[in-house]
Design a binder for this molecule. Structure first.
Ligand code: MLT
Length: 396
């Protein structure tokens, strides 16, 4: 059939395939051609430790509730069950000293979905995207046909771009701290500069704090720890990396009640968008997420976070010993290193896959400033991380 419909031509501006799909494709091809090789996966940031006991107990109990007519539940509320919204608000209050009302918290099935969906509620603004950074910011705004400008992250600024020199107004600005992929973390002063700029220029910051649990030291975990953020920021975060929910799916977005632009409350627009296009996160999952934030749950999930950060420290130590430039590895599950002998990122990817049977992530996949860099993830087992270090030690 010769269809006559028009497709979204913005899709032709995207890279042929999504970064992690391309990595998976290359890995599968190599595996098929070399079935005897033991490949170590340090590519996509996917957790490997199981859900903690507090979470699985809560989920088992919730499954039992679903099995009884008296306690069965159908559609979940679009913005999350109150018990989970209250638990997230308490986490912010007790752990981060941030006061939020539970109504400002919108539960969803993933930070990736929220990051990808939030452009729905904005008009034709210029978007500022750090380079390098998580590719979903760029892809989702490209699909929407927005004008995009890049904020250069590089060795000189420690991969933490500043607003210096920006003259325009009404920007949508993405900030990810601790950063994916570089692991760089904004200080309070660094993040405050962005808030001051956003307030002065009438811009909005979309702050991605998916990796906040990995922070060590006095860095802001939430943008709402800083004065002025309530009038210019949205925060998106997730249970994936703190509680091992990459396959379980649960996240949240915070939109301050008073945040408004163009005479419209931003939270109201998001509510409207979610009510139409989203049907809530399963009850069982939300009970598990609630349990992850209980005192017992937090103690258990933070053991896994420590396991991964210890892996990251092992990777970082190798690079320090070898005198290779890197960032991350401390307040982040990622280590971001300069490729050997000025190799290009994808060449380095092939080199590591073929000579050490290690899969990592080419920096160029996170933006043009990532060219010549490479990301290693610490989400594998201790054994495989140590084995990777041994292989890299011989090679680098
Ligand atoms: C990554 O590897 O960058 C992350 O796993 C991607 C994600 O969280 O969607």
């Amino acid at each position: 059939m010769n269809m006559k419909i028009k497709v979204n031509t913005n899709f032709s501006k995207l890279k042929e395939s999504y970064l992690f799909s391309e990595i998976g494709k290359r890995e599968r091809a190599y595996r098929a051609a070399n079935p005897e090789k033991k490949i170590i996966k340090l590519g996509i940031g996917d957790v490997t430790l199981p859900l903690c006991e507090a979470v699985t107990t809560a989920m088992h109990n919730a499954v039992d509730e679903m099995a009884s007519k008296a306690t069965f539940r159908g559609y979940a509320p679009e913005y999350g069950y109150d018990f989970l919204r209250v638990a997230i608000a308490s986490y912010y209050k007790n752990k981060l000293g941030v006061s939020l009302s539970a109504d400002e918290i919108y539960v969803s099935d993933g930070a990736k979905s929220d990051v990808g969906n939030i452009p729905d509620i904005f008009g034709d603004n210029t978007v500022l995207i750090p380079d390098p950074v998580y590719p979903v910011y760029l892809d989702s705004n490209t699909m929407a046909g927005r004008r995009i400008e890049f904020l250069d992250g590089n060795k000189e600024n420690g991969f933490l771009p500043t607003p210096d020199g920006l003259k325009g107004e009404g920007y949508i600005i993405y900030i990810c701290s601790p950063n994916n992929p570089t692991g760089a973390v904004y200080t309070r002063e660094g993040l405050k500069e962005w808030i001051d700029f956003a307030v002065k220029s009438g811009s909005l910051i979309i702050f991605d704090s998916a990796y906040e649990a990995y922070i060590k030291g006095d860095y802001p975990h939430s943008i709402f720890e800083l004065e002025g953020a309530r009038s210019c920021a949205i925060e998106i975060s997730s249970f994936s990396k703190i509680a091992g929910f990459t396959g379980t799916r649960c996240a949240w977005t915070i939109i301050p009640d008073e945040l408004e632009s163009d005479g419209k409350l931003i939270g109201k627009l998001w509510k409207r968008r979610q009510a139409t296009k989203f049907n809530g996160v399963p009850y069982v999952v939300q009970r598990g997420a609630e349990a992850a934030l209980s005192d017992t749950g937090l103690a258990q999930v933070m053991e896994s976070v420590k396991y991964y950060t210890d892996n990251a420290a092992v990777l970082a130590k190798l690079l320090s010993d070898k005198g290779i430039f890197y960032t991350g590895g401390t307040s982040s599950p990622y280590v971001w290193l300069e490729c050997r002998n000025s190799m290009k990122s994808w060449d380095f990817f092939d080199f590591l896959l073929e000579t050490a049977n290690i899969v990592g992530t080419p920096g160029a996949g996170f933006g043009s400033n990532g060219e010549g860099f490479f990301r290693l993830s610490s989400f594998g087992s201790r054994e495989s991380t140590l084995e990777a270090v041994e292989r890299l030690n011989k090679l680098l």
